[in-house]
Design a protein. Structure first.
Length: 286
């Protein structure tokens, strides 16, 4: 694993990054394209990634370092990171509608992205992982686009904040701040309390999880979001969705920089293996 990460570190410095505009539900959104390897090669796999920030903050810069590594280590996909409407501008369902619109835009603009249209994956961290999980539901429900997989890093999936890991963390001051920020984030994102059980806001509450794309879910040992991530993985598996759940080891100051945690732990290798397995199995075309 260390050898692969060393290679990724070297390639990350050479990853080509291009600023783009993509189409959201109600207008243009800033986006960023990451690609390594030969410039004119069209890749089989596109990963569309959504940043964290608890629905109320965050931007493309937050995960820039992680995405440079991801483009370098993960079986050479092309990675598209997109903004979405924050809840401070418009609350739910603006962000999820943006996220789904970005997937549709990517499918229509594959040539511009250096992608041949074969495999489309959706990914995200924290609030962005919520959007990624919801995009899998929306794409199934609306019939497009066809997704080959979903990658959820430390996802926010339970607006009720009811899991054991969420309730236990306030005993630690650092993790208590993270738990409090999750509660504040959901208040901003879901001002209408009735929306907190909507499957497009809380995938963990959904009773319709069949026919979803394979999932890789990464939790972290000392993360308040740990139990909801793992519970969602178990629920997906119970509905017959091929699901891999991995718990990463604790990382120093994880609450301060969750993207750094995802980068430094085994996440990159897990993602690379997941993408490679989908390609080897002949994941359905987008």
């Amino acid at each position: 694993m260390n050898d692969r990460l060393d290679v990724a570190n070297a390639i990350a410095d050479e990853v080509r990054v291009r600023e783009l505009e993509v189409s959201g539900e109600q207008g243009s959104l800033k986006a960023r394209l990451y690609a390594a390897g030969p410039a004119k090669t069209r890749r089989d796999t596109l990963v569309v990634f959504f940043h964290g920030g608890g629905f109320v903050a965050g931007d493309l810069d937050d995960a820039d370092g992680f995405l440079r590594h991801l483009a370098g280590v993960s079986h050479t996909p092309v990675v598209l990171a997109s903004n979405y409407t924050l809840a401070t501008v418009r609350p739910f369902p603006a962000a999820v509608e943006d996220a789904h619109a970005v997937l549709l835009w990517a499918k229509k603009n594959k040539t511009k992205l250096g992608w041949n249209g074969k495999h489309l994956l959706v990914a995200g961290i924290e609030a962005g992982a919520n959007l990624a999980a919801v995009c899998a539901l929306m794409s199934r429900d609306r019939g497009a686009p066809k997704l080959a997989g979903q990658i959820l890093l430390m996802p926010m999936l339970d607006p009720g904040l009811s899991t054991c890991s969420m309730r236990e963390m306030p005993q630690c001051a650092d993790k208590a701040r993270l738990a409090d920020s999750c509660a504040a984030a959901y208040r901003g994102y879901l001002p209408n309390a009735a929306d907190r059980t909507h499957p497009y806001a809380s995938p963990l509450q959904s009773s319709r999880l069949k026919n979803l794309p394979p999932a890789l879910i990464l939790s972290a040992d000392d993360d308040p979001l740990r139990d909801e991530a793992e519970a969602y993985g178990a629920k997906l598996a119970s509905f017959g969705v091929p699901t891999t759940v991995r718990r990463m080891l604790p990382a120093p100051q994880m609450a301060d920089d969750r993207n750094e945690c995802a980068c430094e732990q085994s996440a990159l290798v897990e993602i690379a293996d997941f993408i490679a397995s989908l390609e080897e199995q002949g994941a359905p075309p987008a």
